[in-house]
Design a protein around this ligand. Structure first.
Ligand SMILES: [Zn+2]
Length: 240
């Protein structure tokens, strides 16, 4: 839809026209969507003129004339101006500042990465030693059974075969139960520590810009790639 700018003392042009020789609705400027401009005199009293390079020529009322922003027009005998003054300035889009990618010092991620792996190795060796204890239980309970005779002697019960056997079995069982309990609770602690370690790493080992998780990606690779695949933030490492 072409836009119409009514020119006159009662017009909607961007500046006031107070010349009494200009009609209330003197002329109209048609602004086409492609930027083409046309001027028409709307039966003004004193006429509309377009400068043709030599002189102002009066235009026929009701007929449209092509003009350009540089065309000089005159309303009546005195008021003249360039067509461009009628055109509201296009609202300039704020210059698209190429958004500079954010930069992040990711040296704390190196600490996180190292810390995670150190903890992981520690927990692995702990769980290895717990497994070692488990197999020791078997040995201890067997040995205890075997030593029952010796123990029975110590308690002066060597004469009583039944008592010495019961004592051996009792001590063996007690040891197995106690050690099993110790192992269970240690295993549980290792399991919880491992879970916390994995959780902390998964949550904190991520892009400082958009929190994209790195999912255990090797730190050196992240640093080498130098930027986030998602938010394009740039990574660097401050000198340690
Ligand atoms: Zn990111």
């Amino acid at each position: 839809m072409p836009k119409q700018i009514v020119i006159g003392r009662e017009g909607n042009q961007p500046f006031a026209l107070n010349d009494p020789k200009v009609s209330g609705r003197h002329a109209v400027l048609i602004v086409h969507e492609n930027g083409a401009l046309q001027l028409a005199d709307t039966n003004s009293t004193n006429g509309t003129f377009i400068y043709n390079g030599h002189a102002f020529a009066r235009i026929m009322p009701g007929k449209v004339y092509n003009v350009s922003p540089d065309s000089m027009i005159r309303l009546g005998p005195e008021t003249q101006f360039h067509v461009r003054r009628l055109i509201p300035k296009p609202v300039k889009d704020p210059p698209i500042s190429p958004e500079r990618p954010k930069r992040y010092d990711i040296s704390k991620l190196r600490l996180l990465y190292d810390d995670y792996h150190e903890k992981k190795i520690n927990l692995d060796s702990k769980s290895d030693s717990i497994n070692g204890m488990r197999s020791m239980i078997m040995l201890i309970s067997m040995a205890t059974g075997g030593c029952s005779g010796v123990l029975a002697d110590l308690f002066g019960l060597s004469n009583n075969k039944l008592m010495s056997t019961l004592l051996g079995v009792g001590i063996g069982l007690t040891l197995v139960i106690v050690l099993n309990y110790v192992i269970k609770s240690r295993q549980e602690k290792v399991r919880r520590d491992r879970q916390a370690n994995e959780h902390d790493f998964a949550v904190n080992y991520c892009c400082p810009g958009c929190k994209l998780p790195f999912k255990g990606k090797v730190y050196e690779n992240i640093l080498a790639e130098g930027k986030c695949p998602k938010c394009k933030a740039e990574y660097y490492e401050s000198h340690r």
